[in-house]
Design a protein around this ligand. Structure first.
Ligand code: SF4
Length: 211
């Protein structure tokens, strides 16, 4: 099975395929790789792939992700942007929503707590809530996805959805998606900080296996 994350030569990136390791999917799964090439001939996929590459090239180390999202959307012809965001980032969502509108996009935005369904609906106990004894609305990523599906958004942008809630949103959403920010409450929504400063965190990474 592919284990690119353990590769040394990265022959795929250099084009020098002779240096590929034995476990390389270019060796082991060449049929799959040949087959998927045809996917890029589908107009919808080609549109995304071409414009992603153009944004990469034109904005390389110059454009912020906010800019890249808007320029990618404009190039790809996406006019209606769905914003699936966390209420913990409501200020950021309001600002990003306004930036999108100021730049000519139509927006549809849905907060994670929509529906106001109590966490008990998921079979969670009072002790499993952040603040036991109080009403706590469950995050509702399935509703976020379905509400955006109903509005037939062209592109969805995830902003700070929790781990697992983003998983559910992606599972249910119809439109293509990109991520403005991945939530990390400890690291100012910069999850890679835990890897860049890995020596501070190393002892915490032996995550205890719980049933
Ligand atoms: S595709 Fe092959 S060469 Fe590229 S990273 Fe994976 S194992 Fe390495």
């Amino acid at each position: 099975m592919p284990s690119c994350a353990e590769c040394g030569p990265y022959a795929c990136a250099s084009g020098d395929k002779k240096k590929a390791p034995a476990s390389c999917p270019m060796e082991q799964s060449s049929k799959t790789l040949d087959r998927v090439q045809k996917e890029y001939h589908k107009p919808e996929i080609l549109n995304m792939a071409q414009n992603a590459a153009r944004v990469e090239q034109e904005g390389y180390c110059r454009w912020t992700r906010v800019e890249e999202i808007m320029i990618f959307a404009r190039k790809a012809g996406y006019k209606k942007i769905g914003l699936a965001y966390c209420v913990g980032l409501r200020r950021e969502a309001a600002l990003f929503n306004r930036i999108l509108k100021d730049n000519g996009f139509e927006t549809v935005s849905v907060a994670c707590k929509t529906g106001s369904v109590p966490k008990e609906h998921l079979g969670l106990t009072d002790e499993e809530k952040l603040r036991p004894g109080q009403f706590e609305a469950m995050c509702n990523p399935v509703a976020q996805a379905e509400l955006l599906n109903e509005q037939q958004t062209d592109l969805n942008v995830l902003l700070g959805l929790c781990v697992g809630h983003d998983t559910l949103f992606i599972r249910y959403a119809s439109a293509p998606a990109t991520v403005l920010a991945a939530k990390d409450r400890v690291l100012a929504h910069n999850p890679l900080g835990a890897l860049y400063a890995g020596h501070y965190f190393q002892r915490r990474y032996n995550i205890e296996q719980k049933p």
